[in-house]
Design a protein around this ligand. Structure first.
Ligand code: HEC
Ligand code: HEC
Ligand code: HEC
Ligand code: HEC
Ligand code: HEC
Ligand code: HEC
Ligand code: HEC
Ligand code: HEC
Ligand code: HEC
Length: 431
């Protein structure tokens, strides 16, 4: 009988501890507001601040019988239900702030993955499959993970620092992730136009996707990168989880949102077939050009060694073959870069078939020019050597002629003497 009050006090004590703990471990967003008015203003009126009050949430939650596990993601602090996903979800509270120092600004994907995961909204699971998730491993592999220039597009901290003018650089950086594309306070894309956002990085000589895409028919029809690369589908059931599009991979069903639905454009089957045909044709052409480029490189190498060999053996004018070889190398390098650009565009011609074919042809032109120049250089060296040989032979021949004449003269002289002597002897003597 005596144990009942004890049990009761223990039972009451536990929530009491939790209560006190929560109040002090995670202050209300209103507390932060007193000093961070701007951030509060941005966060307020987003789906984070209304994650609990949201009418859709409330109705769904009620339908389910208000299970507490929903609050794990829709509420940060049970003391301040109405604040939904509050400041402290992303900024770990440290007792005594600001005297104890600034709170952490954390760019780890795990901050968002706490809630944006699971079969209803597998943003994290989809994102981790994309190459965005390994953008730093890629640099690591080639020993460039400390290069500031590369990190501007390959890391979240550097990209956001560059965009906002604040310094979020840390010892350990994060790859292209949620905080890079989404402003975590406003819950808006950091660059509102999707094509512009993607185009900020998918640009330049090595991956000119944005520039190339801009000239293609889909851009002219105002189709976005995300229309094709971010196919989304809501949760259907345990067997069919939601698709968030954050793997950025092409899904046929994305094309079907327009082809087969919109009037006046190709039906899906034909659109998909056309895509495959473009990619096949471009791949074949690319392979051929790559082969041609190898052959051209071989021709340049052989021209170079021909000139080097010739340099040792004769004194003649090699300036012209050398000039031709340099022009050939120049043209070859241009062709190589252009081919890299064509390949780097990424879609094997689909984003803009006309541009792709045009530039493969340009590559071939430069490549052929390079090959011709290299061959021309070899021909010139050969010709010079030939001329040189001819000259040498002539000198040798003219040397023979002289000795022949000398020999002839000697013989002539001898003969002259002999005949003169005999003649003198045979002459009848006069008394
Ligand atoms: C009494 C005023 C005050 C309150 C209340 C306050 N902060 Fe701060 N906070 C500051 C000051 C001042 C700084 C700047 C400190 C510095 O840069 O060294 C700061 C810095 C920060 C930073 C780092 C900013 C940066 O640029 O690195 C974050 C994040 C932050 N506060 C979040 C919060 C959150 C979240 C709350 C509520 C839980 C909060 N603060 C409450 C005054 C306050
Ligand atoms: C693992 C964390 C997590 C849990 C647990 C969770 N949710 Fe959510 N919920 C989210 C996230 C994240 C979103 C936003 C998804 C998006 O924008 O696509 C969301 C969105 C919603 C929405 C859509 C709101 C709108 O305005 O579009 C409803 C309704 C909802 N949740 C209800 C519930 C209910 C009911 C439960 C409990 C049965 C629950 N959630 C449990 C994370 C969670
Ligand atoms: C969903 C996560 C998330 C929530 C919620 C959040 N922040 Fe932030 N906060 C971030 C991230 C990420 C940054 C990095 C910079 C950026 O996004 O511009 C940041 C930056 C900051 C900074 C420093 C940069 C600046 O703008 O001065 C402060 C201060 C800050 N947050 C305060 C707050 C306050 C106060 C709240 C609540 C009203 C809040 N944050 C809610 C994620 C969050
Ligand atoms: C504590 C859980 C939690 C964390 C942490 C969290 N979110 Fe959310 N987020 C939610 C919930 C819940 C919703 C949906 C609220 C609703 O619609 O009722 C949501 C909605 C969103 C939306 C949709 C906004 C809209 O207008 O549809 C975006 C974008 C978003 N979150 C991005 C982020 C990013 C980026 C991070 C990490 C920096 C993050 N969230 C961290 C729970 C969270
Ligand atoms: C901050 C720069 C940046 C932004 C913004 C960006 N990307 Fe990327 N993206 C990258 C990098 C870096 C890689 C390559 C990472 C690697 O291979 O290591 C990549 C890779 C990709 C890939 C190849 C993915 C795969 O799994 O094969 C696709 C597709 C892609 N991005 C689409 C997009 C789309 C669509 C957008 C806009 C919604 C976008 N990207 C925005 C930097 C960015
Ligand atoms: C303007 C933004 C940007 C900068 C700066 C940048 N990258 Fe990238 N990088 C990307 C994008 C976007 C991709 C994805 C291209 C694709 O898959 O189509 C990528 C992909 C890569 C890849 C893998 C794909 C490939 O082409 O083999 C490597 C390796 C790479 N980058 C290395 C670097 C290095 C090294 C630097 C610094 C010298 C650098 N990047 C600077 C945006 C950038
Ligand atoms: C490369 C850029 C990029 C990255 C990285 C990225 N997102 Fe997104 N996200 C987008 C774009 C673009 C959309 C909007 C697609 C559309 O509606 O066209 C979007 C939509 C969303 C939405 C739905 C909001 C809405 O308005 O419908 C949520 C929630 C979200 N992202 C969360 C995340 C989370 C969580 C992560 C990290 C795991 C993440 N995103 C990483 C670009 C990105
Ligand atoms: C009409 C649909 C469509 C649009 C719009 C589109 N793409 Fe693509 N993209 C494709 C297809 C199809 C491929 C080829 C994928 C394959 O063959 O695996 C591709 C390939 C890519 C690749 C290389 C993918 C990889 O897996 O390496 C990148 C990067 C890319 N696109 C980025 C973008 C960007 C950035 C935009 C916007 C500027 C964009 N795309 C717009 C359809 C589209
Ligand atoms: C958001 C809508 C939309 C999506 C998504 C979309 N398309 Fe299109 N597509 C169009 C429109 C509109 C045109 C017509 C452009 C024109 O004629 O100027 C078009 C044109 C085309 C054409 C050229 C047809 C011709 O006349 O030569 C092909 C091929 C094509 N799309 C394939 C695809 C494939 C493959 C996908 C998926 C990877 C896709 N499209 C996704 C809207 C879309």
């Amino acid at each position: 009988m005596r144990s009942i009050p004890l049990l009761l006090s223990i039972l009451l004590f536990l929530p009491g501890i939790l209560f006190v703990n929560q109040v002090f471990s995670q202050p209300s967003s209103l507390f932060c507001k007193s000093c961070h008015e701007n951030n509060y203003g941005e966060w307020n009126n987003t789906k984070h601040s209304s994650a609990y009050l949201d009418t859709l949430f409330q109705s769904e939650w009620s339908k389910e019988g208000k299970p507490s596990y929903c609050l794990k993601c829709h509420v940060t602090n049970s003391m301040y239900l109405n604040e939904g996903v509050s400041c402290a979800s992303c900024h770990n509270w440290v007792e005594g702030h600001p005297q104890t120092g600034p709170l952490e600004v954390n760019f780890s994907v795990l901050i968002c993955a706490k809630c944006h995961e699971g079969s209803h909204h597998p943003f994290y699971e989809d994102w981790i499959q994309s190459k965005h998730a390994s953008s730093l491993d890629t640099l690591e592999k080639i020993g460039m993970s400390k290069n500031d220039e590369c990190l501007l597009c390959h890391s979240s901290e550097d990209f956001v620092s560059n965009l906002t003018g604040k310094n979020y650089r840390k010892e350990v950086l994060n790859p292209v992730n949620c905080q890079l594309c989404h402003d975590a306070h406003k819950l808006k894309l950091r660059i509102p136009e999707t094509n512009e956002l993607c185009g900020t990085c998918h640009t330049g000589v090595f991956h000119p996707t944005f520039e190339v895409f801009k000239g293609g028919f889909h851009n002219l029809a105002r189709v976005n990168c995300s229309d094709c690369h971010m196919y989304r589908k809501p949760y259907q059931g345990i067997e069919e989880p939601a698709i968030t599009g954050h793997s950025f991979k092409i899904d046929k069903r994305a094309c079907m949102n327009c082809h087969g639905v919109l009037k006046g454009i190709l039906p899906f089957d034909e659109a998909w077939k056309t895509k495959n045909e473009i990619q096949k044709k471009v791949s074949e052409k690319l392979n051929l050009t790559l082969k041609g480029l190898k052959e051209t490189e071989e021709a340049i190498r052989s021209a170079n060694s021909t000139i080097l060999k010739a340099t040792g053996i004769f004194i003649g004018d090699l300036d012209e073959p050398r000039r031709l070889l340099n022009l050939s190398i120049e043209s070859f390098e241009k062709a190589e870069v252009l081919l890299q650009t064509v390949k780097g565009e990424g879609s094997k011609g689909f984003h803009n078939a006309a541009w792709t074919i045009e530039n493969i042809l340009k590559t071939e032109e430069m490549m052929d020019k390079a090959k011709l120049l290299a061959e021309e250089a070899v021909k010139l060296v050969d010709l010079t050597i030939y001329k040189n040989k001819l000259l040498l032979n002539l000198e040798r021949k003219s040397g023979n002629v002289n000795s022949f004449f000398a020999f002839g003269a000697l013989i002539g002289l001898l003969l002259g003497f002999t005949f003169g002597f005999i003649y003198a002897r045979m002459k009848p003597k006069r008394k």
